[in-house]
Design a binder for this molecule. Structure first.
Ligand SMILES: *Cc1c(COP(=O)(O)O)cnc(C)c1O
Length: 500
């Protein structure tokens, strides 16, 4: 049992409810209403005070599995019992992404309106594969993605599609790029074409692009990683050289993936120059702005998408930067017809009369079934308004700059990368520790100590071989006090590590 039990939210038992389900049919409306209210109350308490829990779950492997029965219950059980077990067994094994001290990865920051939208889409439970199977799901997707397109300043030649994650958005974009290469891989399969396809990305590209190469038959050899400069941005001269070299050696280049906001440091590849190269080499340009794209809703941050109007496709994750609960990723595509050509396949039972007038989103990816994800996005945009979203993102950028200043002014810490967004890369570097091996060890100790204490949660990366701490500000509940707390925790962990 967790040592945090005493602070758990208590479920009030509801005396009126029965303990066995009806023999047939769903939970009654009366019962649903009672438990629905209980659950909403629980969520409201939870969101008001996620900091009552340690941000990083303190569970050991197997803790939950060992606590639960190995077989499904034979008879239905009372909701009260389930809710009590939620507190007792499930919550201790949750790492709290809603916690204001969550600085470890790019936040997937759920917000109240987003959660309510998610509840309603669970209630509708539609499958938005065809326009007809739920016209509102399809058209709300078009409306919200048009709103977002305008907010980030992409031209109206781009149309959007919602997928679950950036990994799948990029997979579909690269499949479209492969289709655009004109080898008819779709019909013949890659091996029959005899082509050795090659795509390019910086050495800091997200691992999901490697996975796309694996999944699409391009292979890891087919993804050539381009070196980056001192600020972790793709070296465009190297890119041009690699493409020419590959053509001379019989490869077929087809795609470049540029990143706006890389995972390690949030560096921004030089998209305008990369777009020049893609144009002259006739290559598909996909931009991974999964993290960085959201900031472009601020006029003063529009520059981060400079050159992206010339991309063929771009992915942005509202579930990262825009307070939409996971999952919701958007792929914008300037050549939606090619994406459709890559995937569309309509069996007889899915043919409908209005196919020429409407979008059937099943045509734009490998999956048939689709959730009604646009609803939660609509709720978030309506509730906060563009202005409310901008204010929150601007605040996060300011907090990151402030934290970066503390690092820069400290004798014991140093910054290891520029801060274009709200991620700070840094490490402890006290005067009396000089070897790289000792610094790596010290910083690992500091990170483990901070995370063990449970008030804030940080992650790390390696930059030029150096163990680097990452503080990523993106949670809607993070305040300046929490950034201050993170800084205090780091300094305390440093004195603790250097004392023992
Ligand atoms: C988070 C991230 C991804 C992966 O996002 P998922 O939605 O989890 O697949 C890809 N690229 C970048 C740059 C990211 O920050």
């Amino acid at each position: 049992m967790s040592r945090f039990t005493s602070t758990q939210i208590q479920m009030k038992p509801e005396p009126e409810t029965r303990s066995q389900p009806e023999p047939l049919g769903d939970m009654s409306a009366k019962e649903f209403r009672i438990h629905g209210h209980q659950v909403v109350d629980w969520i409201a308490d939870y969101l008001a005070h996620p900091e009552r829990y340690p941000v990083l779950s303190q569970n050991q492997p197997g803790d939950l599995k060992n606590a639960l029965p190995i077989q499904a219950p034979e008879r239905g059980e009372a909701m009260e019992a389930m809710l009590a077990e939620l507190d007792r067994f499930i919550v201790p094994g949750v790492t709290h992404w809603n916690h204001p001290g969550f600085f470890a990865y790019f936040a997937i920051s759920g917000s109240g309106p987003g959660i309510l939208g998610e509840m309603l889409s669970a209630a509708f439970n539609v499958n938005a594969m065809l326009w007809r199977t739920s016209p509102s799901a399809t058209e709300l997707e078009e409306v919200t993605l048009e709103w977002l397109r305008q907010l980030i300043g992409l031209p109206d030649t781009f149309e959007g599609v919602i997928y679950d994650t950036a990994s799948i958005s990029s997979l579909c974009a690269i499949a479209a790029a492969r289709e655009a290469a004109g080898l008819d891989v779709r019909e013949r399969g890659l091996s029959a074409t005899g082509a050795r396809l090659r795509m390019y990305a910086s050495e800091h590209v997200h691992s999901s692009v490697d996975k796309s190469a694996i999944t699409l038959g391009i292979g890891q050899d087919g993804l050539r990683k381009i070196a980056s400069d001192a600020e972790y941005r793709m070296n465009a001269t190297e890119l041009q050289r690699a493409i020419s070299e590959d053509r001379a050696n019989g490869w077929t280049p087809f795609c470049v993936v540029a990143t706006t906001g890389t995972t390690s440091t949030t560096s921004i590849d030089p998209v305008p120059t990369i777009a020049d190269i893609c144009e002259s080499e006739h290559l598909w340009l996909h931009v991974d702005a999964a993290y960085g794209g959201s900031a472009a809703i601020l006029p003063e941050m529009r520059w981060v998408l400079e050159g992206c109007e010339r991309a063929d496709s771009l992915v942005i994750n509202p579930h990262k930067g825009l307070f939409v609960p996971v999952d919701l990723s958007v792929l914008y595509c300037r050549k939606l017809g090619i994406l459709r050509a890559a995937f569309s396949l309509v069996p007889e039972y899915l043919r409908t009369g209005e196919s020429d007038e409407v979008k059937n989103f099943m045509d734009y990816g490998p999956q048939l079934g689709r959730r009604f994800r646009a609803l939660k996005f609509w709720f978030v945009m309506r509730y906060f308004g563009a202005e409310g979203l901008r204010t929150r993102i601007r605040n996060q950028l300011e907090l990151a700059r402030e934290f970066a200043d503390w690092v820069d002014q400290s004798d014991d810490f140093e910054r290891l990368a520029p801060v274009p967004f709200s991620l700070v890369c840094f490490r402890a570097h006290p005067r009396n520790v000089s070897t790289e091996a000792a610094l790596d060890e010290l910083n690992e100790q500091i990170m483990n100590e901070v995370n063990r204490r449970g008030k804030v949660y940080l992650s790390h990366t390696k930059l030029s071989g150096k163990l680097t701490l990452r503080l990523a500000i993106g949670n809607i509940r993070t305040t300046r006090d929490y950034v201050r707390l993170a800084w205090n925790e780091l300094n305390e962990a440093l004195s603790y590590a250097t004392r023992v």
